[in-house]
Design a protein around this ligand. Structure first.
Ligand code: GAL
Length: 366
């Protein structure tokens, strides 16, 4: 298919016009056109996005020698997104992570969700927001290349109440930051939890595992899980546990320890209760390439997931194969199963006030 430019000749400051956002047709799904957007910042670093699942498709950033590599999981074409792993780089909603036994009660009404992760409901159900073609708009007169994706979710789709308008604006700054600004409104009381499900490998995707990456997570506590990965309700201090990433530790340093929570998760697959006290909430560094990702969020939690379910069956962009633990996720979020845990921060969304939230992935080298 010949790529063609449909939008995005946006004037930068100065005399020269620079192409900041270009788009090409990626395919068609259920009668809706799907596009691939390329956002280039002043450094010449590139991210690619698609309106299928409002996904991040590619992040090409330099190592300490200036060599650019794609560091996030994605597919070369739309078929990959439709038939492959459901979550790579996507926006996940209406409720990211798990809801126990697929049931919650709001205002005395019990809602029964898709049990797509038996015995629980995961990431908004099989046909959650990740599987939808979002409307897209390339933003003009912005400081940085930016695209807005919007999804209008009908009442009771995937059994969640509320006609919802969900928006995410991706901006790609000249400081290699992906800023994700979310706005979600509803016409009925409902519950939401929204995240981006990007996987990262700072070596470059398909180049070994992420056990040699060094992580910092500014969280003094985490939410231990049961055998179905549902939080027990306990907020457990990380002190003295393999979940203490307040000082840097390699991801692989303690992952194989004979420890109950690591065994239940098959590695790290846990929600950390962020201190939210500093600008940067989490950071991962790859000593071999020098690449760093920092995560900044206003959300109360982050799921560290170390790709424990990856098994080499997915082949992604450029023919790269995604093996066991070859990617990690830092999914900023409210705590899993919050609708059933009154002690967790509330996830109730009401018609009088939209949910506004921002998360940034910032890339650099050391
Ligand atoms: C993560 C979740 C994992 C797994 C993964 C998708 O968010 O914590 O348990 O379900 O998504 O494969």
């Amino acid at each position: 298919m010949v790529p063609f430019l449909i939008a995005g000749m946006i004037a930068c400051k100065g005399t020269k016009k620079q192409e900041m956002v270009t788009s090409e047709v990626f395919g068609n799904h259920n009668g809706k056109e799907v596009f691939l957007y390329t956002l280039t910042n002043k450094k010449g670093d590139v991210i690619k996005l698609t309106n299928y699942g409002a996904a991040i498709v590619e992040i090409s950033v330099p190592d300490r020698n200036g060599v650019r590599e794609n560091v996030t999981f994605g597919y070369d074409n739309l078929e990959g997104y439709i038939n492959g792993d459901p979550y790579f780089g996507k926006v996940v909603g209406q409720y990211a992570n798990r809801i126990a036994k697929g049931k919650f009660t709001l205002d005395s009404v019990e809602y029964t969700l898709d049990l797509n992760n038996v015995p629980n409901s995961l990431h908004g159900g099989t046909t959650g927001w990740h599987s939808r073609v979002w409307d897209a708009q390339v933003l003009k007169n912005t400081d940085f290349p930016a695209v807005r994706f919007t999804y209008n979710k009908p009442d009771m789709e995937e059994c969640y109440p509320g006609n919802i308008v969900a928006e995410v604006v991706y901006s790609w700054t000249d400081n290699d930051e992906i800023i994700m600004d979310y706005k979600v409104s509803t016409d009925k009381r409902t519950v939401i939890n929204i995240t981006n499900h990007a996987y990262f490998n700072l070596h470059g995707t398909g180049k070994g595992d992420i056990l040699d990456h060094e992580a910092i997570i500014r969280a003094s506590a985490f939410t231990p899980v049961d055998s179905t990965l549902i939080p027990t309700g306990e907020i457990r201090p990380v002190e003295g546990t393999p979940f203490d990433f307040r000082t840097p530790h390699l991801i692989g340093e303690r992952i194989g320890m004979d420890e109950e929570q690591l065994k239940l998760g098959g590695g790290y697959d846990h929600n950390f209760v962020l201190d939210n006290a500093e600008e940067v909430d989490a950071m991962v560094y790859d000593p071999s390439t020098g690449r760093v990702i920092e995560v900044l969020t206003d959300q109360p939690g982050v799921q560290l997931y170390t790709g424990n379910f990856l098994d080499g069956t997915q082949t992604g962009r450029g023919g790269r194969v995604y093996q066991y633990r070859s990617g990690f996720c830092l999914e900023t979020q409210h705590f899993p199963n919050s609708p059933n845990k009154a002690s967790f921060p509330s996830v109730v969304l009401t018609p009088d006030e939209p949910f506004l939230s921002s998360t940034t992935y910032r890339f650099s080298v050391r």
